[in-house]
Design a protein around this ligand. Structure first.
Ligand SMILES: NC(=O)c1ccc[n+]([C@@H]2O[C@H](COP(=O)([O-])OP(=O)(O)OC[C@H]3O[C@@H](n4cnc5c(N)ncnc54)[C@H](OP(=O)(O)O)[C@@H]3O)[C@@H](O)[C@H]2O)c1
Length: 328
């Protein structure tokens, strides 16, 4: 309970735009960079000179935000660059094209922020390929995107300081309180068997985000890649739009501005305190480790040989199976 309370009312952020070094020459992708937490993260990275790709499904929304950021930054003349990358994470067929477009422009990628996400989608919602909407958009899409970007991440790591090349997945504090046993129920991922409970589906996808961070960490830390998961906090964004108004009203005292959530991501992506092998830990607002993560999910991260349930490794296989036809 203490940790839940502390996630709802976190101590002041300690790793902000003031603490990070110049990002000139570094390249970032922020999925969902056109709104909410992602947009705030984009602004911070750009303000410190980073080249930032805002990946999203609407070229118009991204162009509008790029214009607004540049207009607001006119007097600061940052050396950074803002670029648009079009991808719909709920349609796996759009992901290889997005990656090719990126690779045609860049020869390095420092941090991939898998921030984009959907929540509280109506019962029965499915992706273009027919997967449960939360799981498809929040896990299968980011898995494929990350997998296709791995070669450039690994290449960048070869000539970069240790622990600086990272993949950041975005989870939620909801996994502490709701969701299937162990985090995910494979039975509920079967077509026609999806749960009618949108919070349960959302929570399962957010447990999946931690599974992916853990598995990418286990499999690719030898290649110099840091892969971690973070829960940005309770932020006032349009992500809450699907929630009944009365719940939103009750939540009002708990909401923080989305920029605070960006500080959690910033710590995950840039703090020297985050290292290879940290994929089994869980980052909470506004940039610190969860001291008492849910035991049954921690068990899922461990293989059967390690005394766990092996659910995360099984989830990797599930993601691989359902995305393998969408290569470059
Ligand atoms: N806000 C919170 O309290 C909270 C709490 C815990 C975790 N989170 C997580 O934080 C992340 C950011 O959420 P947010 O609160 O900033 O929500 P948001 O304001 O709704 O932003 C979500 C972003 O994801 C993008 N997105 C959604 N579906 C997409 C798709 N199919 N393809 C590509 N991009 C897509 C959205 O694009 P469009 O603008 O086109 O919709 C938007 O840019 C999410 O992963 C969310 O689960 C948020």
């Amino acid at each position: 309970m203490g940790e839940t309370w502390s996630q709802l009312f976190p101590p002041s952020p300690h790793f902000t735009e003031k603490e990070i070094p110049s990002l000139v020459g570094k390249v970032f992708i922020v999925t969902g960079g056109n709104a909410g937490v992602g947009l705030e993260l984009v602004k911070i990275l750009y303000s410190r000179g980073g080249t930032v790709y805002m990946a999203g499904r609407s070229a118009t929304k991204i162009a509008t935000e790029i214009e607004a950021i540049k207009a607001a930054a006119e007097t600061e003349t940052p050396e950074g660059q803002l670029k648009s990358l079009i991808v719909d994470l709920s349609d796996l067929s759009t992901i290889p094209g997005c990656v090719s477009t990126f690779l045609a422009q860049e020869s390095r990628l420092d941090v991939l922020f898998n921030n984009a996400g959907l929540s509280r989608q109506p019962s029965g919602s499915v992706t273009t390929q027919g997967h449960e909407m939360h799981m498809g958009t929040n896990c299968l899409g980011p898995y494929l995107l990350t997998k296709l970007l791995l070669p450039i991440l690994i290449q960048t790591a070869k000539s970069s300081p240790k622990n600086s090349i990272r993949i950041v997945f975005t989870s939620s504090g909801i996994i502490d309180i709701l969701g299937p046993p162990g985090g995910i129920s494979f039975a509920e991922l079967e077509p026609g068997k999806h749960s009618d409970d949108m919070n349960r589906n959302y929570s399962a996808s957010k447990a999946g985000n931690w599974f992916l961070a853990s598995e990418f960490d286990k499999r690719f830390s030898k290649d110099g890649i840091v892969s971690v998961v973070q829960s940005p906090g309770t932020l006032k964004t349009k992500g809450w739009d699907g929630t009944p108004w009365v719940v939103r009203l009750l939540m009002t005292p708990l909401f923080y501005p989305p920029k605070m959530g960006a500080y959690t991501g910033l710590w995950a992506g840039l703090s020297p305190d985050v290292k290879s092998g940290d994929g089994q830990k869980f980052i909470i607002p506004w940039g610190r480790w969860h001291k008492t993560p849910k035991e049954e999910i921690v068990e899922s991260l461990k293989t059967k040989e390690e005394g766990g349930t092996g659910l995360a490794a099984d989830f990797w296989d599930y993601c691989e199976l359902h995305t393998k036809e969408f290569g470059l």
